[in-house]
Design a protein around this ligand. Sequence first.
Ligand code: NAD
Ligand code: TYD
Length: 335
Amino acid sequence: MSIFVTGGAGFIGSQFIRDYVVQNPDELVVNFDALTYAGNLENLDPVAHLPNYKLVKGDICDDQAVLAAMPDGCAAVVHFAAESHVDRSILSAKEFVVTNVVGTQTLLDIARHKKVGRFLHISTDEVGGSMEPGQWFTEDMPLNPSSPYAASKTSAEHMVRAAAHTFGMDTIITRTSNNYGPYQFPEKLLPLAISNAMQGDPIPVYGDGLQERDWIHVADNCRALMMVLAKGRAGETYHIGGRNPLPNLDVLRLLLKVTGRPESLLKHVTDRLGHDRRYAVDFTKTTRELGWNPEIPFEDGLRATVAWYQDNQQWVRRARSGEYRNYYERMYGGR
Ligand code: NAD
Ligand code: TYD
């Protein structure tokens, strides 16, 4: 048996693969990744030597490359690959449409051709747009994306649902809230703030810092993804969250407490354009149908994450300097 994972060198995809290859030694995991700036093969060091793990460097928009790499009749495609950073989508949206929409459609077409068992599409709570204070996003609410990133992820979801409806493909969509944990590229809030705090550098707080995000540890998310993959109902959408929406300033103050740094490091800067005020996912359905709940309390997860960044300063230094991008040539000789 085999599964085809896209974007497995990124933050969440690499956690999924590190867990999956160990838990399923009889299954081959093909990691198909273009190794963009967000793809870091060092994230897979703990499992890269295992016989049931295989890396293929390729772009999900490249039909021939996907066709060659996806095993015939594989049990599942688990589709993480994306342009994933909202700030980058504000600077330039086109790459987001290409990778997130055209890339997803390419995978759907080839998965159908190859008679793949199940297509698990990883989406985001951001497709629902900004929630009102106290409001929670449920699976049946209308989609209302605000940023170019969220709009591209919404378009991708529509293509996935269209493939299920039109061709009877077995697809499932998951929408996750903000993940945090080890191996996250230091451009998103928490890894950026942790590495800045460690160096005593200022931490940028967009606008008033009262925007709320619903934090979930990446290991909790990947456990949910495996349950959805194994037991989810075809055609359904499942929410995955931390049940813990917090204002950014509260998160950063806790982080400074954990790292023993002063609050004077927080620097309010110009707000992000079109900044959504609140994300909060209601995952009652996932708990009811699959028995999943998040298990890692935020403060514990944050302490463990800070400890990981402190213990892995070489990874942080190489991620920030861009050195990690030479890894593929060094390890795989440019194949
Ligand atoms: P990431 O940016 O860390 O990693 C993305 C990965 O996709 C990288 O390895 C990159 O090389 C690869 N990739 C990009 N373009 C590609 C292409 N054209 N072909 C092949 N590979 C390509 O992303 P992440 O934070 O791990 O997020 C993974 C998925 O989860 C994304 O679909 C994202 O939208 C979704 N998501 C993320 C979060 C979060 O908090 N990080 C929350 C909800 C949903
Ligand atoms: P981010 O990690 O980019 O995730 P998303 O925008 O997908 O939720 O940002 C999380 C929150 O932190 C969001 O409200 C924007 C804010 N933010 C800052 O205040 N400063 C920063 O330097 C960054 C990157 C984000």
